[in-house]
Design a protein around this ligand. Structure first.
Ligand code: DCT
Ligand code: MG
Length: 429
């Protein structure tokens, strides 16, 4: 009961859910003395979803089925499994019997069947069959190529292509992104670590400050939510003077290219015009900023040089403003971590996404690009169904008042949506 009260209280005062002692829970969780789990709100944006949780085995099983549905382009089914998984991530305790989930939202019959089977038998037959299926393995391998989506992978699978090597032998004409995807396949399928993300952050910061002093960069995506690894590194760039950010991406990319940091890049232009387009529709809202999909060449040697240069510069800068005794140490630590993780190779390929936003849209862009994907989807669903509003990474539009609502921070956007503020570390749905 204390745990339930504590959890309920923590939800109200908007603290992330702490990890409870699993052994203590198990001791008290003998049949008959089992704790009921407090019923959670149904939208993921109404609750904290921490990175570390208590039901990993169940969530892994549901994630396989979600992934399989997504690869089969069955979006609805994928979302249903993702929502069920996210609900389990928010629970303050380990589930040992399916009855403990009575009254919880987001759990459809199919998800409950999977959960029950895993709890009773240790594994779920459907999950095991999926994991072993040739199609699932091939689709994962092929969509693991940068530039290859589920549709293309499925077409190739039907032609008997199951792996990147099969693809190379097939003589298919690949576009520029896919050629880079095949070329750097192994590197791009290694998780990117936080130290690598920070090192790339220093490079992007240097590029941005060279071409537009005063512009600021923010690490977004999974790393902002506290993840230690990710499939890429995401940055949001803006300038406090509205309009100064125009044309910025091209300059940043030129600088990075001239310094030899880019193995691949493709920039899409900012196509969003509020007056012309109206509220951005949810499915297209990610594509309308000036955005660069890139592959960085993260070199241990270059890296060491640049971190030293930057740390020297920031020491100078800080000595004029405030002392920053950690800067040099941090840079050294980053350099040494990089040498360790790149092993005998002198460089590695890393996927990096950069987005430029006008200052007036920054809070929306920050919220939209921090994720997780499911958390964003839930925010948009909440906005439409519960508030008659349209939320995008550009704006919030109130359909009842027929006006755009401005906001300068994520906190303000949550308030406008009538939601308790959830910090980035609680958005890991
Ligand atoms: N995003 C979204 N909807 C999408 C794609 C992206 O809302 N269809 C948002 C949420 C996360 C952010 O953009 C960055 O996308 P990813 O890099 O794909 O996600 P991530 O959470 O950073 O995952 P990873 O840690 O694996 O990079
Ligand atoms: Mg990411």
């Amino acid at each position: 009961l204390l745990d339930i009260m504590w959890y309920t209280e923590s939800m109200q005062v908007s603290r992330p859910v702490a990890i409870l002692d699993r052994h203590k829970l198990q001791e008290r969780d003998e049949p008959g003395t089992e704790l009921a789990v407090v019923s959670l709100p149904s939208y993921a944006c109404q609750r904290h979803t921490p990175l570390l949780h208590h039901n990993t085995v169940l969530i892994d099983a549901l994630s396989i089925l979600a992934e399989n549905a997504e690869l089969s382009e069955n979006e609805g089914r994928g979302v249903a499994f993702r929502r069920a998984g996210a609900l389990l991530k928010s629970l303050p305790q380990e589930i040992r019997r399916v009855e403990q989930l009575r009254g919880q939202p987001c759990l459809g019959d199919h998800s409950l069947r999977v959960i029950k089977e895993v709890l009773e038998d240790g594994v779920c037959c459907e999950v095991e069959t999926t994991k072993e299926s040739r199609q699932f393995k091939a689709m994962k391998a092929l969509t693991g190529i940068f530039g290859v989506g589920a549709k293309t992978a499925d077409r190739w699978f039907r032609e008997g292509i199951h792996t990147p090597s099969d693809l190379q032998r097939s003589g298919h004409n690949l576009n520029r992104a896919q050629r880079a995807g095949v070329q750097y396949y192994d590197d791009l399928n290694q998780p990117v670590r936080k130290a690598e993300a920070d090192a790339i952050g220093l490079i992007v910061e240097k590029a941005v400050s060279e071409v537009l002093p005063g512009a600021k960069i923010t690490l977004i995506g999974g790393f902002r939510r506290g993840k230690e690894t990710g499939h890429d590194v995401d940055f949001l760039i803006t300038h406090p003077e509205e309009g100064r950010e125009e044309g910025l991406m091209a300059k940043v990319v030129s600088w990075l290219e001239a310094q030899g940091f880019l193995l691949y890049h493709k920039t899409t232009r900012n196509s969003y015009l509020e007056s012309k387009d109206g509220p951005a529709r949810p499915p297209s809202n990610m594509d309308r900023f000036e955005r660069c999909f890139s592959i960085f060449r993260l070199s241990t040697e270059n890296e060491r040089r640049i971190t030293q240069t930057i740390s020297a510069q920031s020491t100078l800068l800080h000595s004029r403003t405030e002392p920053s005794p950690q800067t040099n140490d941090q840079a050294r630590e980053e350099s040494s971590m990089l040498s360790q993780c790149s092993g005998s190779r002198s460089w590695m390929a890393v996927r990096v996404d950069m987005v430029v936003s006008p200052y007036s849209q920054f809070a929306f862009a920050l919220l939209g690009w921090t994720g997780s994907k499911l958390f964003e989807r839930e925010l948009r669903r909440w906005a439409v169904h519960e508030r008659a509003m349209t939320l995008s990474s550009h704006t919030l539009y109130d359909s009842t008042k027929r006006q755009y609502l401005r906001a300068n921070s994520e906190e303000e956007i949550f308030a406008l949506l009538g939601l308790e503020y959830i910090p980035p570390c609680g958005r890991n749905a």
